[in-house]
Design a binder for this molecule. Structure first.
Ligand SMILES: [Ca+2]
Ligand SMILES: [Ca+2]
Ligand SMILES: [Ca+2]
Ligand SMILES: [Ca+2]
Length: 358
């Protein structure tokens, strides 16, 4: 007997689950009519009578909710001058009906950023796009400008990207903070932004009533206001180069290399040491160009330029380590060029060349 009861309870549950086949995280779709029937059996004089039945039905109201969320929990590192940098957000409809979501991306003017640091600059060419190929990056010709999510179905999401350009003068640890705010709107018609959604005031009615059920966001919206927001940011990693130039006399026509002095005809070796700050980005394609003064002549064919992969000393005491590779073609006329390549954060390289005093 007990087993029978248990079985019937299970199948009743299964039926319920199947009956609400559109069941979703947002719950039963608004406008759905749920009917309850009841049957009362009874006997008179020991004989079963025709049961009495009754029914009731009610309509599911609208729960309006939305979530704006950055798609990763990190800042986006950028370089000075970098174009089309992007931060990505998901826009989710948590309502039990399709809605439009109006979207506005703004930039903070000062204040705490989401991932530490304080907002201290704005990106330029700031714009919001639908991330059509979902890679979190801006792809010209693929990603499309967007100002609202249209006819977003219950429980579905789109990804958008806020895109901008970093100024060339920004320095390491500069932060530009971005806010994305979504406002729930009526789905209205396709390809147009629907009207503002307002909550039903007063008592429940037999029609489809509306309840705003959104949470409070990260910037400027509260719970149950039909809006949601989240913040993200760009953090600059620049390469900060320091250049120290030193010289030493190698020989003169009188003393040769024995305590030489800088007299006409003397050969002077110059070192240009270049270091990159430890807290920034790698400096790439580093090229050092020196135009030697008019009273000197580069020692070209016989000496050229030595491109050094390290230096000795730090800061103002940096000088060439003499580990360089000779490059005989690195000078032309009075111009001497050292091609140093990449200098990693915290690393230093140098170039050495010689001039003759006229
Ligand atoms: Ca800013
Ligand atoms: Ca993209
Ligand atoms: Ca619409
Ligand atoms: Ca809210």
């Amino acid at each position: 007997m007990k087993q029978t009861k248990t079985l019937s309870a299970v199948s009743a549950l299964a039926m319920l689950a199947m009956g609400s086949g559109a069941a979703q995280a947002a719950g039963t779709t608004s406008g759905t009519t749920i009917s309850n029937s009841v049957s009362v059996a009874y006997q008179v004089g020991g004989v079963d009578q025709i049961p009495v039945t009754g029914s009731d039905s009610f309509t599911i109201d609208r729960k309006i909710a939305l979530t704006i969320a950055e798609t990763n929990s990190n800042t986006t590192y950028v370089s000075p001058g970098q174009v089309n940098v992007a931060v990505a957000f998901s826009v989710t409809n948590n309502s039990n009906t399709a809605i439009d979501i109006a979207l506005s991306a703004t930039q903070l003017s000062g204040g705490a950023a989401a991932h530490g640091g304080t907002d201290n600059f704005d990106v330029s060419n700031f714009a919001l796009y639908k991330d059509v190929n979902g890679n979190g990056l801006y792809d010209a010709g693929t990603d499309t400008a967007i100002s609202y999510a249209d006819e977003l179905a219950a429980d579905s999401s789109i990804q958008v990207i806020a895109v901008g350009t970093i100024g060339l003068s920004q320095v390491t640890n500069d932060v530009a903070a971005v806010v994305l705010t979504g406002v729930a709107r009526e789905a209205g018609s396709a390809s147009s932004l629907g009207n503002v959604i307002t909550a039903t005031s007063g008592a429940n009615t037999t029609a489809v009533d509306t309840v705003l059920a959104d949470a409070s966001g990260e910037s400027g919206d509260v719970a149950y206001d039909g809006m949601h927001s989240d913040m993200d940011d760009f953090t600059v990693l620049a390469a900060t180069l320091t250049i120290i130039k030193t010289s030493s006399v190698i020989s003169d026509p009188v003393n040769n290399t024995n305590d030489p002095k800088i007299i006409p005809g003397a050969v002077v070796e110059q070192c240009i040491a270049v270091s990159n700050a430890a807290d920034g980005a790698s400096a790439e394609s580093v090229t050092v160009t020196e135009t030697v003064p008019g009273d000197t002549t580069p020692v070209l064919g016989s000496y050229g330029v030595y491109e050094e992969t390290s230096v000795t000393g730090t800061g103002a005491a940096m000088t060439c380590s003499n580990d360089g590779t000779q490059d005989l073609s690195a000078a032309s006329g009075n111009t001497v060029t050292g091609t140093l390549g990449s200098i990693a954060p915290g690393a230093a390289k140098g170039m050495r060349f010689r001039v003759t005093i006229q």
